[in-house]
Design a binder for this molecule. Structure first.
Ligand code: ATP
Ligand code: MG
Length: 434
């Protein structure tokens, strides 16, 4: 390699103002257009596209032949002169003097990167490295990165400590949902379905406000557009706090993240106009939800979970983010605190986007005796929760928390229908590769 790639310029650093400058750019061969007397090579890098123009007769014949021959999606470096050109999409073109092929692409591509041919999601995910070269897809992941950064900044500004809890665990978090068993030396272990037990145990440590953004694993066999078998959960747990306190943190976080992303230029390539939601979010109780549904002709038996169609009906009626609170204890986990004014409901909530559930949380049981009996009443063995229960015996403050699906948040923000779109390499029932 002879070109100095360290000096390479991104396509968006150049403009008509650089007219006459000698530059080096590097990237992928996005497109080739042969108009007879003139040949356009479109180079794509992280920041955009540049037009490289070759006038037959004006450039070295050997260079002309090589440029014409280089397969699309090959990685090349080009040295040449910037020329201001009104007709070029970026207002400038590059008149090449040298081209180095750094990596030649095989001629038959698994996927088209110019969006001229629309591929099925499965085909795209099979060739994900290539799919990620597409403008729209690239922006999804830059936004994902910014959303995660925004969350960390928010938690930081609100006095949270970031924690990392084990992903290989010995007991089910909540029974119920299926776990992935793994072999752990001579024992069986599981991939954790939620950091719930550990973040609660840390409330006994005096850390007061903790958060974790990490994978959760769920072996449910669902094949839906909003479930993954490996998802990313943003979890918090807050000591000396009530359900209302952590609901307020949650809605503030959502508004904070929206505000951070709202002026990101790449949103336009996704066709999204992001409006920061107004606070506070609407709050309805479970009883009010089933009442609204019944008026709309959808009957939910008291104590039943809301079906997907029921969630969607409510979403249509409400039309913005909302909380459902005061759930029947029977359909919420054992660690949800029973309500002080009614024994059959608990201080638990779900945060809903009109299209889907984003988060679940609750005030937690912090009495050892009550927690133990609630574990048993769910048909679980208190013995396998001993390591967790211990933390409630020597001074456990009242606490509350929630878990927010990062992918759910992204798909709802970006109006994306399938959750797989917002994960680099999604894991579902049928997909373990790539
Ligand atoms: P759902 O009822 O939508 O399947 P859940 O109530 O079983 O979700 P929780 O245990 O409440 O899920 O988990 C907290 C949050 O984590 C959910 O609100 C959701 O945003 C996210 N989440 C849970 N399971 C999945 C999954 N399989 N794929 C993607 N996100 C998930
Ligand atoms: Mg839930």
């Amino acid at each position: 390699m002879t070109m100095k790639l360290g000096n390479r310029r991104y396509t968006d650093e150049l403009s008509a103002a650089n007219d006459g400058e000698q530059v080096c750019i590097a990237g992928w061969v996005h497109e080739k257009r042969d108009l007879g007397g003139v040949f356009f090579l479109i180079i794509r890098d992280l920041k955009g596209l540049a037009q490289v123009t070759l006038h037959r007769g004006n450039v070295d014949a050997e260079l002309f032949r090589r440029v014409k021959r280089v397969p699309r999606e090959s990685v090349v470096a080009i040295e040449g002169r910037v020329k201001s050109e009104e007709k070029a999409p970026a207002g400038y073109e590059i008149i090449p003097e040298r081209m180095e092929v750094l990596s030649e692409a095989s001629p038959v591509l698994p996927l088209d990167t110019t969006d001229k041919v629309v591929a099925e999601l499965d085909t795209r995910l099979d060739a994900r490295f290539m799919d990620l070269r597409r403008e729209r897809v690239k922006h999804i992941f830059i936004i994902r990165s910014r959303v995660l950064k925004a969350m960390r900044d928010f938690f930081d500004e609100h006095g949270f400590i970031e924690i990392n809890t084990p992903k290989v665990v010995s007991a089910a978090t909540e029974g119920g949902t299926a776990l992935f068993p793994i072999s752990y030396f001579e024992r069986e272990a599981f991939l954790n379905q939620s950091p719930q037990l550990y973040k609660q145990m840390l409330m006994a440590s005096g850390f007061d406000r903790v958060y974790e953004i990490a994978p959760i694993f769920r072996a449910e066999e669902h094949d839906t557009t909003r479930h993954l078998n490996e998802a990313t959960s943003a979890d918090i747990e807050v000591a000396f706090a009530t359900m209302e306190d952590v609901m307020a943190i949650l809605e503030e976080l959502i508004a904070f993240v929206y505000a951070r992303i709202a002026d990101y230029p790449g949103l336009s390539s996704l066709g999204v106009d992001l409006e920061v939601p107004k606070l506070p979010f609407k709050r309805i109780t479970y009883d009010e939800a089933i009442e609204m549904l019944s008026e709309a002709g959808e009957h939910i038996e008291w104590g039943e979970d809301l079906s997907t169609s029921a969630e969607q009906m409510l979403g249509e009626m409400i039309g913005e983010h909302y909380f459902i609170t005061d759930w029947p204890s029977a359909i919420k986990p054992f660690y949800a605190q029973p309500s002080a004014h009614r024994s059959d409901i608990c201080d638990a909530f779900d945060l809903m986007h009109p299209r889907l559930e984003l988060a679940s949380g609750s005030q937690r049981v912090h009495s050892y005796e009550l927690l133990k009996s609630k574990i048993e009443s769910k048909g679980l063995s208190a013995d396998s929760f001993e390591f967790y229960l211990e933390a409630f015996r020597y001074g456990m403050p009242p606490h509350a928390g929630w878990g927010l699906g990062v992918e759910r948040l992204l798909m709802s923000m970006l109006e994306i229908g399938n959750i797989r779109e917002v994960v680099l390499f999604p894991r579902d029932r049928r997909r373990l590769v790539p």
